[in-house]
Each structure stands twice: as structure tokens, then as C-alpha cells.
Design a protein. Structure first.
Ligand SMILES: C[S@@+](CC[C@H](N)C(=O)[O-])C[C@H]1O[C@@H](n2cnc3c(N)ncnc32)[C@H](O)[C@@H]1O
Length: 317
């Protein structure tokens, strides 16, 4: 098995800066990638197995069902997946494309290595190149002889674009166009639906989504010598229809002061520390977003209920 890793994870000094900026903002919010240390990645994989969270199961079924049609529309090239998680989605595409090389990006170092090793066992003919990085800051894929002169095909499933605000999503899609050297992008998004179903999906009865959010505080305590009492924040997920998004937050139970990297931060009672958003895109909104980022949607595949879609994006010019 052939797995190679390139480590471009942000340094601790960068982490301090990111946290300072995020906690100074009102409302307080850090970038979603901070949710994914090795425990965060493990908890996210468990969220995907909860009965309330159907997105992963539906997208995998759609990929399995449409892999031949999708790969024919994508054309030949090297698959580059942004935020691979446990890499449970790309297999049918690698098979259909008969790939000799797969490039997987993720911010979570241990999870990236484990995922690529697992995928490599399934696809022994495919070289696995992992890049541990924040893809929203990456200027180019690091040079690699295996990538030289190869057409690139992007894959961004899991509705992960929904973690970004509209402007940041436009910027990310523009960046992906550069990173892919104008190759195609297969983008997975899900649509708005009943608020009750969405709120349950992001606040499962087993409490895994809550543990995932709380793990952020545990991580900050560990990496920035913090003193946050995790039990003094409770988890909340609520649908915000005007922004077509779920907002996930940790809400302070009482007035409290926390310390991170030697700096004090005060929280009011009921103050929300937003851990992430998940924006849901109608087909029309997805069309507009792609257009603003310099892409056009060439084709769309969706499940029987038209909740989860895979969009084939091509450069608009
Ligand atoms: C919502 S999960 C989706 C995982 C998988 N793609 C799926 O569809 O199930 C997001 C994944 O992207 C990674 N991630 C989040 N933000 C990232 C960033 N800015 N740069 C690189 N990876 C990121 C996380 O570590 C996690 O594995």
C-alpha cells in the first residue's frame, strides 16, 4: 500500500491568533475546522451513524447509484477531495475512474492518515497522497511528481460548504478553481427542509452532536492551557430560516470568565458561543453561489426526495 503525507497543519501560534480573533468577534465564533482534532473526527464519524442524521447515508447511496454516470461526466483525471473525514464516500468514484492516484486533504492529522490507510487497503493500485492543511488558506497543492501535468477533479461532499458564510463560500469556491487548475468540481449540498427534522439531525438524542461541540472546549483547554469548565456551557442547535441555516452553539449557563493562552474572556449568562453553521442551499441558491464564484452548474444528481444533491461544476469561462 502506498500512502504519503504532507503536513501543512497551522502552528500553535496561528491557533492562538485564530482564537483571539474569533472570541473578540460578536457573536463569538471560531472557524469550523477547529472542531476536528482526532477526537472531533471520531465524534463526527459517529454523528454520521445517528438515526437522525441521514445526509451521509443518502449521499453514499447516491454516489453508489450514480458513480458511472458521474465519472463519465467528470472525465479522466486525479481526484482531489477536500475534507475527506473517514473517506467513506470516494470509493465508487475511484473505482469508476480507475484512479492510480488519490489526493485527500484534511485538517485532522491522525484521522487523515487512518482514512488514507483504510482507503489504500480497498484500492491497492491507487497511490494515496494526503495533505494535512486548512484548505481555505491553501495557495496551491504542494508540487509532487505524481501530480505533474495531470488534470485535477475536485470532490467536496458532505455539505461541508455549508459551514461557510455566503462570502466565504464564494471565496472558497474561487480558491478551489485555482487549486484544481480549472478542472471540474463535484460539490455535495443539501436543501432546506422541515426545521424539526433539521434541528433533530444536528442535536441527536444520543448527545453525540453536543459532545462534538463540547470537544472544542476540551481541545482549547489542552492546546492553549485553558481553564474552561465544559459543564458550564450547554449545547443548542436551531434553524434560522432567514439565513437558511442551522446555527450550532454552546450557551453559557451563567456569567463566567475563562482563560485561554493567558488571556481572559468574559461570558454573559445565555451568551452563545457559535461552534458552526450549516447552510442549506436550494437549487436556485446553489446556482447563484456557483455563478458568483466563477463556476457554472453543468449537471445535478439528487436522491429520490431531492434533499441531497451532487453538482458538477465547471469553470464559467
Ligand atoms: C463535515 S466533515 C465531512 C467529512 C466527509 N467529507 C463527509 O462528507 O462525510 C468535514 C471534514 O473536513 C475537514 N475540514 C473541516 N474544515 C477544514 C478545512 N478548513 N481544511 C481542511 N479540512 C477541513 C474535517 O476535519 C472533516 O474531516
Amino acid at each position: 500500500m502506498n500512502v504519503e503525507l504532507i503536513d501543512l497543519h497551522p502552528a500553535t501560534a496561528d491557533l492562538e491568533q485564530v482564537v483571539r480573533e474569533g472570541l473578540t468577534a460578536m457573536p463569538r465564533q471560531l472557524p469550523a475546522w477547529l472542531l476536528y482534532d482526532s477526537e472531533g473526527s471520531r465524534l463526527f464519524a459517529s454523528i454520521c451513524e445517528q438515526p437522525e442524521y441521514s445526509l451521509t447515508r443518502t449521499e453514499i447511496a447516491l454516489l453508489n447509484h450514480q458513480a458511472d454516470a458521474i465519472s463519465a461526466a467528470l472525465g479522466p483525471g486525479v481526484m482531489v477531495e477536500f475534507g475527506i473525514g473517514n473517506a467513506h464516500k470516494v470509493s465508487p468514484l475511484l473505482k469508476a475512474l480507475k484512479s492510480d492516484l488519490f489526493v485527500g486533504l484534511d485538517i485532522s492529522r491522525t484521522a487523515l492518515r487512518d482514512a488514507l490507510e483504510g482507503l489504500g487497503r480497498e484500492h491497492p493500485q491507487t497511490t494515496m497522497l494526503g495533505i494535512c492543511c486548512d484548505h481555505s488558506q491553501l495557495a496551491d497543492l504542494p508540487p509532487h511528481p505524481l501530480l505533474d501535468g495531470r488534470r485535477r477533479i475536485g470532490f467536496f461532499p458532505g455539505s461541508s460548504l455549508g459551514n461557510f458564510s455566503w462570502d466565504n463560500a464564494v471565496a472558497l469556491l474561487q480558491r478551489f478553481r485555482r487549486l484544481l487548475n480549472n478542472g471540474p468540481l463535484l460539490l455535495g449540498l443539501d436543501q432546506p427542509r422541515s426545521p424539526a427534522l433539521l434541528e433533530a439531525a444536528y442535536d441527536d438524542a444520543a448527545g453525540v452532536s453536543a459532545a462534538f461541540a463540547q470537544n472544542l472546549l476540551t481541545r482549547l483547554n489542552r492546546e492553549l492551557q485553558g481553564d474552561i469548565d465544559v459543564d458550564r456551557f450547554h449545547y443548542r442547535a436551531r434553524w434560522q430560516s432567514s439565513q437558511s441555516r442551522i446555527e450550532m452553539a454552546l450557551v453559557s449557563d451563567s456569567p463566567q470568565t475563562i482563560t485561554l493562552a493567558g488571556q481572559l474572556w468574559q461570558f454573559e449568562p445565555d451568551e452563545a458561543w457559535i461552534t458552526e453553521h450549516s447552510v442549506k442551499y436550494s437549487p436556485a441558491a446553489a446556482e447563484e453561489l456557483a455563478k458568483q464564484a466563477g463556476w457554472r452548474i453543468q449537471q445535478r444528481w439528487h436522491d429520490d426526495n431531492d434533499q441531497v444533491s451532487l453538482h458538477l461544476l465547471l469553470p464559467a469561462d
